[in-house]
Design a protein around this ligand. Structure first.
Ligand code: BG6
Length: 492
């Protein structure tokens, strides 16, 4: 079975930060793939915009480098590359002053007046407000414009609200696409399919049958040259407030009436609003902060965070573990253990749903232990789903029980390339489909839960505990879950 490509309408994609890290690693490669699959119409243009002075040709040269580095060799074809590069243009622009805006407007005005214009802000969050205002004040926006905002939206509740207000002054909410690229990952969408396209799981999807849920987003990389941003953010703002909280919402939400943006986002919002507050009273029991120290990654010695930073001291966390709880009828008493960190033992992201133990064991001890059923949704690497079950060990030898996975490794079974999350999301923007994007109230509700954690850490002086690079984080994170008689799932 092959995937189905539905071409989109002609568009102009203006990428602010067009020669930055995100454009280089993700956006240009993703657009290339969509073009190669013939999803991008002939007239479409991609316009890189940034402060750097560059010609169209120089920008195409930059993009060629991005493709060569970040697209798999078997997907690079000279004809496809040339066709893609011919769609690229460049505009030198100053986000905080007037330079370049008239030129950009003139470029956009060359196309038919009602063409879709998508403005992608792949820049420092401190520029979001300025750029959004200028796009509208300089008359670049039309009724069919979309504004795409990368995370993080704000650095706390107050700044997120202020930014949303500024954006709202210039764009309608249905024009604003707040990206959380985790929502574009295949397995995350598969979670929706498993839950709501099967009759099997939903009756069991509650506190009566589920023991606990673990969400791990572990990275083996360190700072990757992003010290300026990261040291002001830390893992709670960088990963938990958005990616992990969004994943938790999708696991926990009530069945929406339809898979449309409004219905799905209403249900996510209810989960966010039901999150039990974490305050000074319990912050030390239910959260752990960590920071990596020198160690090893992939067999190589690596530096600690402070040495990576290169200047001075920092107590910013590169690791967080949280025991979260959702105070509603479906989930009361079911912990959601979240953990994320840099320089961990391996790169792996997964959601693990552990079901309750069987109520009574009819087998005698010679059959072996009965392990709890687990549903493991692997986001990366090797996207797929495993449903762990108990079976009889095949063959003679009496009744012996065995814990085995029912393996649903989709990309392999369907012989398709697993698309990067950005491919889908970039095209959803053009289609005007906001289902996999965060709505204003959702972002603010997530901050309403995260803000008190930040404050409680500060008030209680909760320091980041050191962990050796290449391990699973501070020992306190292991203690956090073991106190409850459970263990972190060991990825295979
Ligand atoms: C980004 C974070 O949103 O997600 C980065 O800012 C992180 O710090 C990245 O490395 C992880 O994304 P992925 O898709 O590689 O898991």
């Amino acid at each position: 079975m092959s995937s189905q490509i539905i071409p989109v309408e002609p568009f102009d994609y203006v990428v602010f930060g067009g020669n930055g890290d995100l454009a280089d690693r993700k956006l240009l490669p993703a657009l290339y793939h969509r073009d190669r699959d013939n999803q991008i119409p002939e007239q479409a243009r991609i316009i890189g915009a940034s402060r750097t002075t560059m010609s169209h040709e120089e920008y195409r040269h930059f993009a060629r480098g991005a493709l060569e580095q970040h697209v798999a060799a078997e997907d690079l074809h000279p004809q496809s590359i040339e066709r893609f590069l011919s769609r690229l243009y460049y505009c030198t622009i100053d986000a905080r002053a007037d330079g370049g805006w008239d030129e950009l407007r003139a470029m956009l005005d060359e196309a038919e007046p009602n063409r879709i214009r998508a403005f992608y802000l792949a820049v420092s969050p401190s520029l979001f407000g300025d750029i959004a205002s200028r796009i509208s004040e300089k008359g670049l926006s039309n009724d069919r414009s979309r504004l795409v905002v990368e995370k993080p939206v704000g650095r706390d509740l107050a700044s997120a609200r202020a930014l949303n207000v500024t954006i709202g002054e210039h764009f309608r909410e249905d024009q604003v696409f707040r990206i959380d690229h985790y929502l574009g990952k295949e397995t995350v969408q598969n979670l929706m399919a498993l839950r709501f396209a099967n009759a099997l799981y939903e009756p069991l999807w509650n506190a009566g049958h589920i023991d606990h849920v673990q969400i791990t987003v572990a990275e083996s990389v360190g700072l990757e040259g992003r010290a300026g941003y990261y040291d002001k953010a830390g893992a709670l703002r960088d990963m938990i407030q958005n990616h992990l909280v969004q994943l938790m919402c999708l696991v926990a939400l009530e069945p929406p009436a339809s898979f449309d943006a409004g219905a799905l986002r209403d249900e996510k919002l209810k989960v966010l609003r039901a999150l039990k507050p974490i305050t000074t009273a319990n912050v030390e029991q239910v959260t752990v902060r960590g920071q990596y120290r020198a160690g090893a990654s992939g067999g190589q010695a690596v530096k600690g965070y402070i040495e990576d930073l290169g200047n001075g001291e920092s107590d910013i966390e590169t690791f967080v573990a949280i025991k979260a709880e959702i105070a509603n009828w479906r989930w009361a008493g079911v912990p959601f253990y979240l953990r994320t960190g840099k320089r961990l033992a391996q790169r792996v992201s997964e959601i693990v749903v552990t079901f309750k133990p069987i109520p009574h064991n009819i087998f005698d001890s010679s059959a072996g232990n009965v392990t709890q059923n687990q549903l493991v949704l692997r986001l990366q690497p090797d996207e797929g789903v495993k449903q762990w079950l108990m079976i009889k060990d095949p063959g003679p030898g009496g009744m012996r029980l065995k814990h085995v996975p029912l393996d649903m490794y989709f990309a392999q079974s369907f012989h398709v390339r697993n698309p990067d999350a950005y491919e889908r999301l970039l095209m959803d923007v053009i289609r005007g489909n906001q289902t996999l994007f965060m709505r204003r109230d959702e972002v603010e509700a997530a901050w309403e839960w995260v803000d008190p954690i930040l404050k409680a850490w500060e008030e209680k002086g909760v320091r980041a505990q050191g962990y050796t690079a290449g391990t699973w984080g501070p020992s306190a994170a292991i203690a956090l879950i073991e106190r409850d008689g459970r263990t972190w799932h060991e990825p295979d």
